[in-house]
Ligand binder design. Structure first.
Ligand code: FPP
Length: 252
């Protein structure tokens, strides 16, 4: 179906409102390549990537997807050139400071997940402020994975649980999946139904390893800065065609 971009303010009529993912997670890949294709510095791709993320967040709200999680910085990203890492840290901080007022007006609830204590102090302060200020908002749940690694998250959960066992607050035989989930950074969030990766790579890259056990994976060649509402529409169309069995057989 051809969709008129102007009509994309609202949920396109060919999508089924009752079968929308309740949580979409995105691996925003391809910023550097996008900039390189234009003969511009990589950081320009990250800047444009912020605009793309902002519009996707609005789009989720407009179309009725209640939760969006974005992979902004992985535990492995520290291995990038120092100038790029510093640029990204400053960018996160600037964006947070600049957008907080608007997020309040738009009723967004923001949350950061990851090993946040390793981030620059000034960024940690902005993160704390944004989470506190928006915690009672009732609109879209926006989660930003920053200095996040799925394995690291699982290890820290194991440590937290082991420590409770050691102190006698928890018995080994009581540890189950529900208890485990309560010790993940994403505690309280529904698991993603759909994970989108841009720029064509067929990898999960240590993102939400536990949480995406039954998520549908959608990979597009489109580079992140070009991932607009038309692209999101394509992703949701593909998602709605999937037969989600969660390991069971379909009775149809
Ligand atoms: C991957 O592209 C992108 C990143 C590592 C950074 C993404 C961050 C943002 C878009 C900013 C988000 C900001 C906030 C405050 C939530 P890449 O550099 O790996 O691209 P490449 O694979 O083409 O080199």
């Amino acid at each position: 179906m051809t969709v008129n971009p102007i009509s994309l303010k609202q949920l396109p009529p060919d999508l089924d409102r009752d079968r929308l993912p309740q949580h979409v997670a995105v691996i925003m890949d391809g910023n550097g390549r996008w900039a390189k294709q234009k003969g511009r510095p990589r950081i320009l791709g990250h800047q444009k990537g912020v605009d793309t993320l902002k519009d996707l967040l609005r789009c989720c709200r407009d179309w009725g997807v209640p939760a969006l999680t974005a992979y902004a910085f992985s535990t492995e990203n520290w291995g990038r050139p120092l100038e790029e890492v510093e640029f990204l840290m400053t960018l996160f901080e600037r964006v947070l400071r600049r957008e907080l007022q608007e997020m309040m007006e738009e009723n967004v609830r923001i949350r950061f997940v990851g090993n946040l204590v390793a981030l620059p102090d000034s960024l940690q302060q902005e993160i704390a402020r944004s989470m506190t200020d928006t915690q009672n908002n009732s609109g879209i749940q926006f989660t930003v994975a920053t200095n996040y690694g799925g394995r690291q998250e699982i290890v820290q959960a194991c440590r937290a649980i082991a420590s409770k066992v050691e102190q006698g607050y928890l018995r080994v035989e009581d540890i189950d999946e529900a208890i485990f989930e309560q010790h993940l950074y994403t505690q309280g969030l529904v698991n993603p139904d759909l994970i989108i990766r841009t720029s064509g790579e067929m990898r999960i890259s240590n993102f939400l390893l536990w949480q995406i056990a039954y998520a549908e994976i959608y990979v597009t060649e489109t580079l992140w800065p070009d991932f607009d509402r038309l692209e999101f529409h394509k992703a949701l169309t593909a998602y709605q065609k999937r037969d989600r069995r969660f390991g069971k057989v379909n009775n149809k």
